[in-house]
Design a protein around this ligand. Sequence first.
Ligand code: AMP
Length: 253
Amino acid sequence: MKILVAVKRVVDYAVKIRVKPDKSGVETNNVKMSMNPFCEIALEEALRIKESGHASEVIAVSIGPPQCVETLRTGLAMGADRAIHITTDVGATLYPLSVAKLLKALVEIEKPRLLILGKQAIDDDCNQTGQMVAGLLKWPQGTFTSKVILDKEKQVATVEREVDGGLETLCLDLPAVITTDLRLNQPRYATLPNIMKAKSKVIKKVTPQELNVVIKSDLELLQVTEPPKRKAGVILSSVDELIDRLKNEAHVL
Ligand code: AMP
């Protein structure tokens, strides 16, 4: 059984995001880029499923400009067996629906039984791609998973999801789409020997044209702006003073 994992290259989580001066988006020039943290969790889960004997191959896929190859090399160093780069033009804007269509086309070629994605990419925080690709494929979906148990014989994945009211358990018939939440696992670090080995592995390149997908969007991005600056807070001397301010100034009590 194959598992396909979608890994996105994003601005590193530790970098302070800056908006471009022309407000057309977020600055990515000379900024440290990394694998989206939720995608690391997705890849880790796929590797654990393989290590427990429930999968035969883990394939990492990334969609975007040539630099996505670095993200895929990280994936190979973590333990993915193969990597596929769906190449797009530098500067092309990729919205979740286009990514979902490309992933669907790749799924139809690779025929994995499980497609694992991060619950969201931390650059645009869309939280849409997993749901969209599941809809396009007409596969069951388990989003925001914090636990995954696979039964290869019954071809079922039992997933625990983090929902507003607590935890929900779902049984998904395979093939299925899973998106990962933060508490699913702690991703491994790639070891130096594996990083070196990953450098020489071949990364397959596929174009959207070869997948018969036209990248277009009906969305128009008008402007990206910084959130308004928060005013400085005040330090109060006692709880009584706090209650007094909440009652008489903020009028919330
Ligand atoms: P989003 O819906 O944009 O928040 O992304 C959710 C998940 O979809 C990510 O964590 C990835 O697993 C996958 N994804 C989104 N964009 C890409 C991309 N360009 N390449 C690979 N995977 C992607």
